[in-house]
Design a binder for this molecule. Structure first.
Ligand code: NAD
Length: 389
């Protein structure tokens, strides 16, 4: 195989974005061979704009065809794990967009299924893992300079969505169509990075989840607290109604503190205040009343070339390029294996469950209880549950 021949399932807003990029040749190791959508107007768009690319209505037919080696899944969330399993069974490599699914049970099954097909690559499209600011943060943490994790706090409230966003209808903003609100739609990247950067398993979660100022049934306001193995704490605050919003991540360890903040992906900045003596050692040795730890501050942001590249290309193509290279055996590691999707999704499900029940949720989470609570909300919605104002 010279180039990976991709088929995209779901060419709505996001899938068509990838289709255009692959069609333009932005991945020199990948080619767009086919697309598929249940909607006639999306297929017509493909026929009009993607000359030579096969167009399917039924993804099963696309999976059965010899035209493709790999699929990118870009349907609404509930379908992700099921389609992934079918694609693997059809012998196709799978790159699934976020989230990995709506509930952990289905995602776990798909991830387990992936293990039975080691010859096939199975990834998740966590493009924000390629943001060099987060890559730098991970590098500092993995190098041990931040020391033992004490606390991680993320305020991510700059997902402003007015009522018109939810009024466009379709699957968004509904339990049945989407499986949640800000947690499942906007936050999967941050929930992934939160767990990826912490590098430790979460053990407990408490939360408040609410709907504020929008006529929707799903949550758009969340405050969650968690505990990690080893005792560090995490706080995750998110909303789609704060104006202006904030995007600030603070990670504190014995070795200092990292602050990442900024509006857009390309203007994100990292400040690392490194303790020149680790905090526990300083406290044990220091004899000065109110003594202060000497520190050194490092600042990191994207250089101009990366900013321009990021703005023009967007991060997603980096994940697709990496996926092609791994399929072709030219690179070893996926930026994000699909199974990693479980980390952020488990946190997301735990936050929902705690918010719904008003109780602390202890890991491993009760997956059946989660599904039962979710289904209750899906049923209420189907029976005309009143949208909250
Ligand atoms: N990685 C990112 O940064 C990012 C950004 C936005 C959206 N997304 C994700 O992309 C996915 C799609 O979101 P979107 O905004 O493009 O939604 P969308 O509604 O615009 O597109 C979804 C498309 O899937 C099609 N579809 C549904 N079921 C199908 C099926 N069984 N077979 C074939 N086609 C089917 C629909 O007709 C629609 O055209 C979601 O998982 C979303 O969370 C990812």
């Amino acid at each position: 195989m010279d180039k990976v021949r991709y088929g995209i399932i779901g060419i709505g807003k996001q899938g068509s974005n990838y289709a255009k990029r692959l069609f333009k040749g932005m991945d020199k190791n990948g080619v767009l061979a086919a697309v598929c959508d249940v909607k006639e107007d999306r297929r017509q768009w493909a026929t009009d704009n993607l000359a030579g690319v096969k167009v399917f209505e039924d993804y099963k037919e696309m999976l059965a065809s010899d035209a493709i080696d790999a699929v990118i899944i870009d349907t609404p969330h509930y379908a992700h794990p099921g389609i992934a399993i079918e694609a693997l069974d059809a012998g196709k490599h799978v790159l699934c967009d976020k989230p990995a699914g709506v509930f952990t049970k289905a995602v776990r099954e798909a991830a387990e299924h992936g293990k039975t097909k080691p010859e096939l690559k199975f990834g998740i499209l966590y493009n924000q893992r390629t943001n060099k600011v987060y890559v730098k943060a991970k590098e500092i943490i993995d190098s041990g300079r931040l020391g033992n994790l004490k606390r991680i706090v993320w305020i991510i409230t700059n997902w402003y969505r007015p009522q018109a966003y939810y009024d466009q209808g379709g699957w968004r903003g509904t339990w049945a169509g989407e499986g949640g609100g800000v947690l499942i739609n906007q936050d999967p990247h941050q929930l992934d990075l939160f767990t990826w950067l912490a590098g430790k398993p979460i053990t407990k979660v408490w939360s408040v989840t609410k709907t504020v100022g929008r006529k929707i049934n799903v949550e758009n306001d969340v405050t969650a607290v968690c505990e990690f193995e080893g005792g560090a704490e995490g706080v995750f605050i998110t909303s789609t109604h704060d104006a202006p919003g904030t995007n600030r991540l603070e990670i504190t360890g014995d070795g200092g503190k990292m602050i990442i903040e900024g509006g857009s992906d390309v203007t994100m900045k990292l400040t690392f205040v490194e303790n020149l003596v680790p905090e526990p050692q300083f406290s044990a040795e220091n004899k000065v009343f109110m003594g202060k730890i000497p520190t050194k501050t490092y600042r990191y942001k994207l250089n101009l070339i990366d900013m321009i590249k990021g703005a023009i290309e967007q991060q997603h193509i980096n994940v697709i390029r990496n996926f092609s290279l791994v399929v072709l055996g030219k690179e070893d590691k996926l930026i994000a294996p699909y199974a990693d999707g479980l980390n952020g999704l488990t946190f997301s499900n735990a936050i929902h469950l705690s918010g719904w029940t008003g109780k602390q949720v202890v890991y491993p989470i009760d997956e059946e209880a989660y599904i039962a609570e979710l289904n209750k909300r899906v049923d209420e919605e189907k029976n005309g549950g009143v949208k909250q104002a």
